[in-house]
Design a protein around this ligand. Structure first.
Ligand code: MG
Length: 376
């Protein structure tokens, strides 16, 4: 079963304040739309993802690799229809239609909607109304209303794909949400349990609340790595991807890039995902003489696959010679290229050990690294 996500981000969101539409404003370190897309991209049962953008915002598609971005219409209905049309070109069994302004949606809410679609044409999260309901006129209560059986609707609203596509094509327009479109076509819609934290960002105050909720859900991890390689006869060393002429070389199964090995282990460490020797056993001849960027690229991809971004890394090389300082900018550039992050997030520094110990006697080079990974 394939479950697509269709995220509607074509509105102008003027009530939220700010100079640009709310979906492009930053909340908890990322654009609101990036948080929302990540919620679905990180869910094990969801894919592909379609993001419906305002026709003036199509350039924002560059921020969403792997997501199909399509231009929306003049109304929410029209935008959803455009997204459904885009999905109709691929085999999709179910679709979850979600407002971009709900970036705090949880895995549990998404899973519950998907599960309910086993037995119902449609399913959507909602919360029972618990406050008393009044009718008001000119600041005066003019009547009361029984709240029994009333719900506050949330998204994602999930449907069997072919049924909601037909429902949208038949609908005259003007519906408040997709449940209304589905019901107009006679589809049944099950109510799943909503969550007070699944807020729709509408006003400036909602941004502050979403910021708190999203920061609370962030997964921040730190890992450390340490490595040593001995010197042997040779005429150059490779450190953090940079070849440096030297009177000796480092001994090792691969290219012996001690700095990159420590850094690779720091990333594995943050993920609690073993170490370099486990992923690339020295007993395996295939890694003999390997360039160490293979290892680092692997660790970075393990992080990315699990939804982590690398916030920063810090590598310390411990040796008397060669002098590292003049090469540090090239090392940072090399690591930035391999890891696909900005050079301002990469530190490479060096120290001697005051001629003490094996590094002081110039028998080898040691390296330490720390990496911080973040998912939010
Ligand atoms: Mg090593």
């Amino acid at each position: 079963m394939t479950t697509a996500a269709l995220i509607v981000a074509a509105g102008r969101g003027t009530r939220a304040g700010g100079e640009m539409p709310k979906q492009w404003q930053t909340v908890a370190g990322r654009m609101m739309a990036e948080h929302t897309v990540a919620r679905f991209a990180d869910h094990a049962e969801v894919g592909p993802i379609v993001l419906v953008l305002h026709p003036d915002d199509m350039a924002m598609a560059a921020h969403f690799p792997g997501v199909t971005c399509v231009p929306g219409g003049a109304t929410r209905d029209a935008s959803v229809s455009q997204g459904l049309d885009a999905l109709s070109e691929t085999p999709v069994d179910r679709v979850l239609i979600h407002d971009v302004a709900r970036p705090c949606v949880s895995d549990r809410i998404i899973s519950d909607v998907i599960a309910a679609l086993e037995t119902s044409s449609g399913a959507a999260p909602a919360l029972a109304v618990t406050d008393a309901l009044w009718r008001g006129e000119r600041g005066q209560v003019s009547g009361t209303r029984d709240r029994a059986g009333l719900y506050r609707a949330q998204t994602p609203q999930g449907f069997r794909f072919a049924e909601i596509l037909a429902a949208h094509r038949a609908h005259p327009g003007g519906a408040a949400d997709d449940v209304e479109v589905a019901r107009a076509a006679g589809l049944s819609v099950a109510i799943t349990e909503g969550d007070e934290r699944n807020i729709k960002i509408t006003t400036p105050g909602d941004f502050a609340r979403a910021e708190k909720l999203l920061r609370g859900q962030m997964d921040i991890r730190t890992g450390q790595g340490y490595d040593v390689h001995a010197f042997e006869e040779g005429d150059h060393v490779i450190l953090c991807g940079v070849r440096i002429p030297h009177t000796r070389k480092l001994k090792g199964h691969s290219d012996a890039d001690v700095g990159m090995h420590a850094l690779t282990d720091a990333i594995y460490g943050a993920l609690a995902d073993g170490d370099i020797g486990q992923h690339f056993p020295p007993s395996d001849m295939k890694w003999k003489g390997a360039e160490s960027d293979i290892f680092l690229r692997h660790a970075v991809s393990r992080a990315t696959e699990r939804g982590f971004a690398i916030a920063n890394v810090d590598v310390t090389l411990i040796c008397e010679r060669p002098k590292i300082g003049p090469h540090a900018p090239a090392m940072r550039d090399a690591l930035a290229g391999i890891m696909g992050i900005g050079v301002d997030r990469i530190s490479v520094k060096a120290t001697t050990s005051e001629r003490l110990g094996f590094t002081g006697r110039e028998e080898g080079i040691a390296a330490m690294a720390v990496a911080t990974l973040i998912k939010g």
